[in-house]
Design a protein around this ligand. Structure first.
Ligand SMILES: O=C(O)C(=O)C[C@]1(C(=O)O)C=C[C@@H](O)C=C1
Length: 424
């Protein structure tokens, strides 16, 4: 499948950004590792326990495994450092027990309510151009926000790290297409925190220039996830077309419009049709009417976990080497730490362990085994403010060589509706 080059034309200004110049953020060479990450949160009324000390004790569970800040990405599986002279980090932050409480910087926000510090709208970075589903997710997560288009997922991370944006909204999985692996890898590589999730019903349309008929089409372009979500319907429509990947759905629509392509259709939202002056050739072409994409919201600071509403926690870990002693069956042991506490897992994903993708085990009698090594991403239904979650993670640490909490955040509990008006 060939990847099209994005057009070099001007991108329309994102909605609700009347004063901002019309452009998309593009990649910068600044490595995320150069970015300063600050520590911890201040208490907030309604948070469990309600004091900074409570929050610190919650975090202390996690700070027993410390890594030196010299390490590139905390994934090498090194043993914890015990030296108090070293600058230590937990989840990319200075270890809490080394920082006097009164010196803790204030978090950007302590809750999901949009409260930007710079006195303006909350600025939310997303990948794509106006009309992309990610933009709709940003609007659902933070109504009235200023949505900032970025040309790559990584740029959205950087936008937050560089204080150009307050939040990033990124798709992580779709009910038909599965996980968006790139974003799992980026979550590990960067130091941002998951502060929320939104689930967005995704309603795809087949878009073409006005006057174009289905019979004229020779190709359909869109984001690979969108192409995958419409695979069977495209075949059922009897289209004799090639399918080509594009950076995002709305970008594909814009490309068709700007280049006046009469042989090409885009799969994108009805809103993209309006924005780029395209007609809707077919509506609701996703293979499942309940098609939904889950997005996570990222911020520079974590939010304070609570217990007054359902929370989810996302972690990533590497198991200890298998092959005897403590290392045996470590994945099973990790998962059972949750099972024994009646904590439901909602998602498990494995990705190659970047620093140690293969482990070679020589056995003189039978030969050499080459085991693939993984980073495991797990979402579980509990708040880090709950002792059972803290205890589970304390136990998980015993069987892992690396563990990071990506975030503890409110679950998206909006009522499920497949009505057209809810769709994007
Ligand atoms: O291209 C877009 O519109 C996006 O927001 C990206 C994306 C994705 O990456 O999965 C988001 C939701 C849909 O599942 C299809 C595409």
């Amino acid at each position: 499948m060939q990847t099209l080059s994005p057009p070099t034309t001007t991108i329309p200004t994102p909605i609700k950004t009347p004063t901002r110049p019309a452009h998309r953020l593009t990649a910068t060479p600044l490595p995320p590792s150069q970015l300063t990450v600050r520590c911890a949160a201040s208490p907030q009324n309604g948070a469990v326990g309600g004091t900074r000390a409570d929050w610190q004790s919650t975090c202390a569970i996690l700070s027993s495994k410390v890594f030196t800040s010299e390490q590139n990405d905390n994934t090498t599986g090194s043993k914890p450092s015990s030296s108090r002279d070293e600058i230590t980090t937990v989840n990319g932050h200075r270890s809490l027990d080394l920082v006097p409480i009164e010196n803790l910087p204030k978090p950007l926000t302590t809750d999901l309510s949009p409260a930007p510090m710079h006195g303006a709208q909350l600025r939310v970075a997303y990948q794509g151009v106006p009309g992309a589903y990610s933009e709709a997710a940003a609007g659902k997560a933070y109504p009235g926000c200023e949505a900032i288009p970025c040309d790559q997922f990584e740029v959205a991370f950087q936008a937050v790290e560089l204080w150009i944006a307050d939040r990033a909204v990124l798709p992580v999985e779709n009910s038909l297409g599965g996980s968006i692996h790139r974003n799992y890898d980026l979550l590990l590589r960067h130091r941002l925190h998951i502060v929320g999730e939104v689930q967005l019903p995704v309603h795809h349309c087949l878009l073409a220039l006005p006057g174009v008929r289905k019979e004229y089409l020779t190709r359909v372009i869109s984001h690979p996830q969108a192409l995958a979500q419409c695979e069977h319907t495209l075949t059922k429509l009897g289209l004799n077309v090639t399918r080509e990947a594009f950076d995002d759905t709305a970008g594909a629509a814009e490309y068709v419009a700007t280049n006046r392509l009469r042989d090409t259709a885009a799969i994108a939202s009805a809103r993209a049709a309006e924005l780029y002056g395209l007609q809707v050739l077919a509506d609701g072409i996703q293979d499942d009417s309940g098609n939904v994409t889950r997005f996570v919201m990222l911020a520079r600071e974590p939010i304070i976990p609570r217990t007054d509403r359902p929370f989810k926690t996302s972690i990533v870990f590497a198991t200890q080497d298998e092959g005897g002693g403590k290392g045996t069956a470590s994945l099973f042991k990790v998962l059972s730490a949750f099972a024994f506490r009646n904590i439901s897992l909602t998602k498990i994903e494995s990705r190659p362990h970047r620093n140690r993708p293969i482990r070679i085990v020589d056995d003189a009698n039978v030969g050499t085994a080459k085991h693939f090594e993984y980073m495991f991403y797990v979402d579980f239904e509990a708040s880090m403010a709950e002792p059972r979650a803290q205890n589970a993670l304390a136990e998980v640490q015993e069987f892992t060589s690396f563990l990071r909490v990506l975030g503890s955040y409110p679950m998206d509990m909006t009522p499920w509706s497949l009505s057209r008006s809810d769709d994007h």
